[in-house]
Structure formats: structure tokens, C-alpha cells
Design a binder for this molecule. Sequence first.
Ligand code: GLV
Length: 330
Amino acid sequence: MSGDKSSLRVAVTRRLPEPVESKMRELFDVRLNEDDHRMDRDELLALMQDSDVIVPSLSDRIDGELLEKAGERLKLIANYGVGVDHIDLPGAGKRGILVTNTSGVLTEDTADMTMALIIAVTRKLNQGMAVMQSGEWEGWSPTAFLGGRIGGRKLGILGMGRIGRAVARRARAFGMEIHYHNRNRLDAECEKALQASWWDSLDQMLARVDVVSVNVAHTPATFHLLSARRLHLLQPGAVVINTSRGEVIDENALTRMLRAGEIAGAGLDVYEHGHEANPRLRNLPNVVLLPHMGSATVEGRIEMGEKVILNIRSFAEGQLPPDLLSPGGI
Ligand code: GLV
């Protein structure tokens, strides 16, 4: 690939924040998605056949079939986002196409949203908001809207990567007790700093915590990690929070348990079937649902764009992009 950046043809599948698009216009021969429509497979394929770099995001499924049909000139998939479960990494590897993500810059925002959901569900914010919005509040009462105290509750973090650790730091400041399950145990110093207890057995951790926060990436190994069987290990007073990927939880099983009162509540930002949340989760008093907005801050989304640009520029200059992913997966 030549170092002539302006000749690099870059296709972006969704609208990005204006400063990011302006910078891309300056640097590359860029095609932007002016009306922000969701591209279908044919449109994606056309871009993949005719670009050096594509910049997809999580709503674009880039599977093996599309990768096989990609044009010879496609050399880099610079994903706008940290999760890459929508991209067939080994398939890209087979075609010699590099894949990068935007790790790091959305850690704190996503952890903030996780903490917000822990508080929202435990302190029943949705019930308070609903009463204020309906105009039906009848004034303070000693027994209305009673939630649970955050301090002292046991938080079980599933996946102790960057975001999991950022959640742990916040939760400690709120007085929560930190437990975690992760493929690899953190080093002793890190565990000590976070005052976190490691559980080799996820089952055992689930049976003992008050709040479970899913912060693990979706991979074949983590699909339905919170299966019906595991969800039933939770105590009836427990709540489940997910700001990672919906596929990690068996959403039907979770919905059934919430409706049956077998679990106290849930705070969900992500769903098993993309934007189609199970309709039976709606209007439940113990459930707070958000439209996948964990990383949705102006600052974060601009920094994500800057990371994408850095990855593309490093690649164009013949260097390894800083956020290069291994074809073997994450
Ligand atoms: C958001 O979920 C992301 O993967 O960037």
C-alpha cells in the first residue's frame, strides 16, 4: 500500500460525528453514508469490492461469505467500536485482511453506564421517573419506592478486562464488595488495588452475589454463558446488568425469570437479537432497558473516530495499526 493517503479509498458504513467525517475527508478518498441508513448485504459487498479500507460498526454483519467475495484491494477493516463479534476474524485472516477496533476509549463511558444501571435498578429510578412523568405523585411517603442500599452489596463482575476493572473501581467507591470471574486471574497487585476476589468457578460466584455485571466480550465461548441453568443459581434478590453483548445471556430464560419474580431485576443496554429486545421485557417494574448507549458520549464517539483514523494512517504508512486484532479472535 502506498504512503499516499489521499489515494486510499475508505468507505464508512454509518454516519460518524462531524469532526471525524471532516478529518476523514481531508485525509482519504472517503465515501460517507450521508443519510445514515443501515446498509444491506449487497451494499456492504459493493463497498468491500471497491475500497482499500472499510469502516463498519456493530450493525454490519461481515461474515465469511462476504469476506470471500471481497475485492483484492480490501486490506483493512477498521471497525468503529470495540466489540468485533459481527466480523469473522478468521475469515478476514484467510483473505489477508487486517482488522482493528477502538479499544480503550470507551472504557470509562461504558463503566459509567454500567454503574448507572446498577443504581437505577437497585434504587428503582424507573419507577420514580414513571410516577413523575404521569403526574400521579402524591407526595413523600416513608414506604414508597424503597430500593436496596448499594453500599455493602456484593457485585460479581463477569469479565475483568478494561471495562470490568473500570466498573470495579466505581463500585468500590460506592462501597460494593467486588467479586469477579475471568479466564485469567488478575495479578496480585491489581486484585489488591481493586479489593477484588477471584472466583475460578462462575457457578459458585453467581450463587453468592447480589448484582452480576456482564463485561465479557461475545465470542463462541461466551455465548449464553449465563444460561438458564446458571441464571437459576442466582439468589432471588439478585439483579443482572449487561452493557456488553446480549448474546452472553439466554434472554428468554432471563425474561421468564424476571416475569416469574425468580430474580429481583435487570438493567440491560444490549439484547440477544440486536435491536429487537424481547417484547416481554417491556413494562416490567423491575427492569431498566436502554438502547445500546453505553459508549454514547460526544467525547467518546469522537475519540473512537480518532482511533479509527490512527489505525488507517498507521496501516497506510506501512506500520502495524495500534489496535490490530489477531485473526484467532479476542
Ligand atoms: C459497543 O458496544 C462497541 O462494541 O463499541
